[in-house]
Every structure is written in C-alpha cells, then in structure tokens.
Design a protein around this ligand. Structure first.
Ligand code: PMT
Length: 403
C-alpha cells in the first residue's frame, strides 16, 4: 500500500534491537510517510537522539518534563497526530507496563493515550528467557486481546547476549509490512483466497530440471495485499526467491515444486476457497520419465531427444469445478498477440478475469520489481494499469477485482 501522507509514530524502548530503527525510519520516509519518534530514556543508550531526529526530520520525544515545544503535551498530541504507532523494540518492561496501564515516562504515557484510539503494532525483542517469563507472556496476551493492538512474535536465532533462541526483533521489511497491515481496512475479512506463485520445476534426472524465470515476486505481492485486507491466504509456491513476510500467520504456505504437485495442492484446497488467483508460471510439459541416475553424454553424441508429456492445466481444472460463488482469476504471460491470446485463455479456462503482462513491455514480467498489466474481465470490461511496483500492481488488482 502507499504510505504517502501517512503519519507513523515510532516508540522505541531500551533494547539492543533499537539499532534497526533508523533503517525503519528511512524505509517509511522513502515510502512517503511522515515519521515521529517517542522513546524511553534507556532507548537513547542504544541509538542516538541526533540520528533519530535527523532521519525523521522532527524532534524526538523522550522527556515528559522538557520545555514545551510545537507538540505541547506530546503524549496526547502525538497519538492524535498519528495514523498508526509501532513500538519497536518493545521490551519486557514496556510490554508489562502497557498491559497494566502504567504510564510513567514519555513512551509509556504516549502508548497509554494511543491504545484505545489508533492501531498499534508491538514488536517485542529481548533475551529468550525474558520472553518465556509468564509475566511477559501474559502481558503479550493481554495486549493481543485489545481491539487496536497487534503483537508480532519475535524471531528465533542468535541473540545479542551470545545465546540463541526466540527473542530477535523481525527485520525492517516485516515491521513495515506490519504497519501497512495495521493501517489497511479489513475489506476481505472472512474470505479464503488461494494464490499460486513462482515457477514449477520438472525433473529430468537427479541434477536437472526444466523451469522458467519466475521469482514469485508478483504472486507474493498478491498474497501480502490480500492478507493485509484480512483474507486468509493459502499460498501455493513453486520455486520462489522473493521473501514472504508472514508475521501474522494469515498466509498459509504450501510448497509444491512440480506442476503435478501444484495441481494436487490446488485441487485439495479449491472447494474451501472463495477465490483463486493463479499467478504461478506453470510448465505445460514435463519429461515423460525422470531418469534415476544422472543422464550422461556419450562420447561423440551430437544431440539428445527429450520426450515430454502434458502437465495438468490447473486453471482449467479449477474452472471446471468452479461454483457460482467462487471467483477464478488467471494470469497470461505473452510475447505476441497478447490481448487475443489472453481472451482465449479467459474463455477456455472459465476464468472471471485475466491479468495480462507482456514480455515485450520494459519492466514487466519475470523477475522485475515492477510490472505493467491489463485486467480483462469476463463481462467485457478491461483496465490498463501503469508501470508500477509489483506491490502497487497487486493492490490495484485486488481493488479492481474484489470491491
Ligand atoms: O514471479 P515473477 O518473477 O514476479 O513473474 C511474474 C509472472 C510473469 C510469472 C506473472 O506475472 C505471470 O504472468 N504469471 C503467469 C505465467 C504463465 O504461466 O502464464 P500462461 O499464459 O502460460 O498461463 C495462463 C494461466 O494458466 C496462468 O494463470 C497460469 O498459472 C495457468 N496455468 C498454466 C499452465 C498450466 N499447466 N496450468 C495453469 O494453471
């Protein structure tokens, strides 16, 4: 989603993960947001006020009793100003105080006056033993139960104290995704959406396969866009290299490398779904046989003949079983006669809409961070979208087809 014009308040408490927050500020500002920062005194032991002030372009609120400035009584005015707040890192201390309604410094007074009115994301980060403490767990559960609040589970991995365990703050992209999630109206709540992403791999022998250049970027952007709107997403992934930011467990991922595996996964899920968006680049053919041992080149051999058999057409199979209450959206990747070919697929596979992208368009198709697509609906309507990021394309596809 676009963060242009959005007001994001970042609350920082005193943990080593505070070193990641300057990057978060940069990323939010780059996405068009205006950012302000409130901290505990301890947080400024880990990241300097000057850094936070320089990157956000605003004075940092860290002292309740500082001289009055443009934001008088900041613990009240900052929550009024913001569209959403993120507390990152949220220490065990700040989580416990928040859950108990304690407000005794700049950050906790700000959280206290924000909780009932604006969306707040908490990103706990601490030593694994502090995270396991029943008081921390209880505080987290209490906060999770409040209407406007969400808590992202910490990641597992090496911790600053030299041990390893659950307690790491997720990376900046995940924090940003959480903020975008918190800001997005849940227009798809209650909807179950199946999405396919990436390329399939068709095994030739133990060391080779036939595949294509799909990275999964477009399909994963669609999964994020649907999950942000509150849908339960089942994401069937072929070979993908794009990251899946899944802190809220609303994206259920199924791995299926071959077209046959992807077909089986989709057929299994389809009856439970309200809609499917088939963005994967599925191989139409696979080797008739997979050799058990590596295929060797014989001395003097000049050519090799590979026999292929047809893979199941997932879109067509889902189209045949589609109920009147289900919607089926396909993609078409073309290199010539684009519209004509896409319309044929729309009809032949019984789709409700098809998203056409052409390899003749600069910045569109495989691997790019951008795409340029046309949406063609079975009722004859069509929409040309501009060249934009795959995240924006995904948002517009969902806005056009699901509202
Ligand atoms: O993953 P990225 O690097 O971000 O690239 C994105 C993309 C280019 C892969 C994506 O935007 C895209 O166009 N996906 C569809 C690619 C494709 O295989 O198109 P197609 O025209 O061959 O297939 C038409 C439709 O039938 C597609 O919805 C496809 O998923 C489906 N299909 C195709 C063959 C098959 N055996 N089963 C299918 O279900």
């Amino acid at each position: 989603m676009s963060l242009t014009g959005k007001h994001i308040l970042i609350g920082i408490s005193g943990g080593i993960a505070a070193y990641k927050i300057p990057e978060l500020i940069r990323s939010l500002v780059k996405s068009g947001a205006e950012v302000r920062v409130a901290t505990t005194k301890n947080a400024l032991e880990f990241v300097t006020e000057l850094t936070l002030q320089t990157l956000s372009g605003h004075a940092v609120y860290s002292d309740v009793f500082a001289a009055i400035n443009a934001h008088a009584t900041e613990h009240i005015s900052l929550p009024e100003w913001c569209d959403a707040m993120i507390v990152a890192p949220a220490t065990a201390n700040v989580l416990a105080k928040t859950a108990a309604g304690i407000a005794d410094d700049a950050l906790t007074t700000t959280i206290c006056s924000c909780v009932a009115r604006k969306p707040i994301v908490f990103a706990p980060a601490m030593n694994d033993k502090m995270w396991e403490n029943p008081a921390t767990q209880q505080a987290t559960q209490t906060i999770r139960g409040w209407k406007n609040c969400m808590v992202i589970d910490p990641d597992e991995g090496p911790l600053a104290c030299g041990t390893s365990g659950k307690g790491r703050m997720p990376e900046v992209e995940v924090l940003q995704e959480a903020i975008e999630y918190a800001l997005t109206p849940k227009s798809l709540a209650g909807q179950h959406i199946l999405i396919t992403a990436g390329g399939t791999q068709e095994k030739l022998d133990p060391v080779r396969f036939i595949s294509n250049y799909s990275t999964g970027k477009m399909g994963i952007a669609l999964a994020h866009a649907c999950a942000r709107r509150g849908a339960e997403v089942t994401l069937v992934c072929g070979s993908v290299s794009a990251p899946l930011l899944n802190p809220f467990a609303r994206i259920h991922r199924i791995n299926s490398l071959s077209a046959q595996e992807m077909y089986e996964a989709c057929m299994e899920e389809w009856s439970k779904m309200n809609a499917a968006i088939l963005c994967a680049a599925v191989a139409d053919f696979r080797p008739m046989e997979t050799a058990k041992e590596k295929i060797k080149k014989e001395p003097g051999q000049e050519s090799f003949t590979l026999h292929l058999s047809t893979n199941p057409d997932i879109a067509r199979a889902l189209g045949e079983q589609k109920r009147p209450d289900q919607r089926l959206i396909g993609f078409a990747l073309e290199t010539c006669h684009e519209k004509e070919n896409a319309l044929t697929k729309l009809e032949r596979k019984n789709l409700d809409a098809i998203v056409l992208n052409s390899l003749r368009e600069e910045g569109a198709g495989f691997g790019t961070d951008t795409n340029r697509v046309s949406l063609m609906l079975c009722n004859g309507n069509s929409y040309e979208l501009p060249l934009q990021s795959k995240a924006q394309v995904a948002e517009q596809i969902i806005d056009t087809l699901f509202t």
